[in-house]
Design a protein around this ligand. Structure first.
Ligand SMILES: Nc1ncnc2c1ncn2[C@@H]1O[C@H](COP(=O)(O)OP(=O)(O)O)[C@@H](O)[C@H]1O
Ligand SMILES: O=P(O)(O)O[C@H]1O[C@H](CO)[C@@H](O[C@H]2O[C@H](CO)[C@@H](O)[C@H](O)[C@H]2O)[C@H](O)[C@H]1O
Length: 443
């Protein structure tokens, strides 16, 4: 039975969100043909009484060539069924569909008006650890196929098309997308963007810099070590401010009035409560965190809000030869779409990146035999790059007032709380990194 084959296979996929929990049931909600030998499926996976839906591209062949053997799902009636994302002949159907604005059995493949899609490149699946599957077409495009589907237009598509319309800097040009109706709502299934090459991920670049600092003997100040990152952190701050400016211009903005600011603090506290219930390691830090949230309640100024990135960290930015590009405007993973699209303070993104400098500095200390000696170096690297990023943010036109310090601190702590939960669920060995954010700081 196809559903049984799929249930056994899906539980082994790295993008499957329910790993480690038994699948109670898998049903096929939609199964349409996109081309000969290519089917598009939406499956519902039931676990512990809750349902998640995933999209699959199923290839069918009478013979499976060696190059596709790793993609095998199983056989049915002497036909090989396999994960078609690995078959560049079949993925070409999607590229051609987007180029031609084709609709096939309810799947609408679209290109961004005013842009021609080159259909010559062949696809490869990107090897990165991802919760989705990305296809790279030659060195022209990267097409992200969302695996877990949430009804609605993906905020990433909404944001990059609006920013591209304004010729905004620091984004990867969108070229196309695929959509279909899910529960009667237009739902984004895939987004295709400019493939940045050559380019490096901000996280890798930051780690290279930290590695250089740790290796420098005799110890020299971070600013004098080879591979100092501060100039990059500054440019990243400038790019962040510019993108915030563009987001504020492209979408509605608003103000959280002083009497409503209290509610923001309540929101932070609710999240903290949920996190502590899940991860007991947070318990000793609750009163210090709450004290920081209380400072938000004492604010006497209103808080400007706008569309933001929502999950901003060094892994979401890429350095091209000319500048930083910001990716993945999808909002905080796991949150409902309405929350991911809600207006928020841009300081949340600033806080996200500040936390990320801390992560980069401390990541290499995990399990390091000289962690104690290197700890002050980590702090020095983080402080230097955090400060440079903030300088860049202001230089790029971003606003951080004196009164914002309390908000920024609260957002940083809230992000660290989120991270503790994220690490507890996904990479428990990394938990010491966000937990270090709750250590008392020198005044
Ligand atoms: N436009 C792009 N050009 C080049 N590489 C990209 C591009 N978009 C994403 N990537 C690469 O893919 C990785 C994962 O992409 P991302 O959009 O963050 O996926 P996910 O949401 O699944 O984490 C990035 O870290 C980067 O290495
Ligand atoms: O998968 P996403 O990029 O949407 O984000 C999730 O995973 C991130 C981990 O890759 C996680 O980020 C945390 O780890 C990063 C290093 O791997 C670090 O740069 C970030 O500062 C830290 O928050 C992110 O929080 C999560 O949403």
């Amino acid at each position: 039975m196809l559903d049984e084959l799929l249930a056994a296979w899906i539980s082994r996929q790295r993008w499957f969100g329910g790993k480690g929990r038994p699948i109670d049931d898998l049903s096929i909600d939609a199964d349409v043909e996109l081309a000969a030998g290519l089917r598009h499926l939406i499956v519902a996976v039931w676990q512990d009484g809750s349902r998640d839906r995933y999209q699959l591209l199923l290839g069918e062949r009478d013979d499976l060539p060696e190059r596709l053997s790793h993609a095998l799902i199983g056989t049915q009636d002497a036909t090989y069924l396999y994960d078609a994302v690995h078959d560049s002949d079949l993925m070409h159907v999607l590229l051609e569909g987007m180029a031609a604005d084709g609709t096939r059995n309810g799947l609408r493949m679209r290109h961004v008006p005013g842009h021609t899609v080159d259909t010559s490149p062949r696809s490869l699946v990107l090897g990165a650890e991802q919760s989705n599957t990305s296809l790279v077409f030659g060195d022209a495009y990267i097409c992200k196929l969302f695996r877990r589907l949430i009804p609605g237009v993906n905020p990433e598509l909404e944001i990059i098309t609006a920013l591209a319309d304004r010729n905004a800097p620091h984004i990867a040009q969108p070229y196309g997308w695929i959509e279909a109706d899910l529960d009667g709502t237009d739902t984004t299934l895939a987004i295709m963007q400019e493939f940045l090459t050559p380019a490096n991920d901000g996280w890798d670049l930051a780690l290279a810099s930290v590695r250089d600092l740790y290796a420098s003997l005799p110890e020299v100040p971070a600013g004098e070590a080879g591979g100092d990152f501060a100039a990059e952190a500054l440019r990243l701050g400038i790019a962040t401010a510019r993108v915030h400016h563009e987001l504020a211009a492209a979408f509605p903005t608003s103000i959280v009035e002083i009497h409503e600011v209290k509610r923001m603090a309540e929101g932070l506290r609710r999240r903290l409560g949920r996190a502590v219930a899940e991860v007991p390691e947070l318990r000793p830090h609750v009163s210090a965190i709450e004290a920081a949230y209380h400072q938000v309640e004492l604010l006497t100024t209103e808080v400007p809000v706008q569309r933001v990135h929502g999950d901003f960290h060094l892994g979401q930015v890429m350095r091209t030869p000319t500048d930083w590009v910001i990716l993945d405007f999808e909002g905080e993973p796991g949150q409902p779409l309405a929350e991911r699209r809600a207006l928020s303070s841009p300081l949340r993104d600033v806080a996200g990146m500040l936390r990320s400098f801390d992560y980069a500095a401390r990541h290499l200390l995990l399990g390091h035999s000289e962690a104690e000696r290197l700890e002050p170096r980590a702090q020095e690297w983080a402080d230097r790059n955090r400060a440079a990023f903030l300088d860049g943010y202001t230089e790029g036109g971003g606003v951080i007032n004196a009164a914002d310090a309390a908000l920024l601190r609260a957002f940083e702590l809230s992000k660290a709380v989120y991270e503790v939960v994220y690490e507890a669920r996904n990479r428990p060995a990394w938990m010491p990194i966000p937990l270090a954010a709750f250590r008392p700081r020198a005044a």
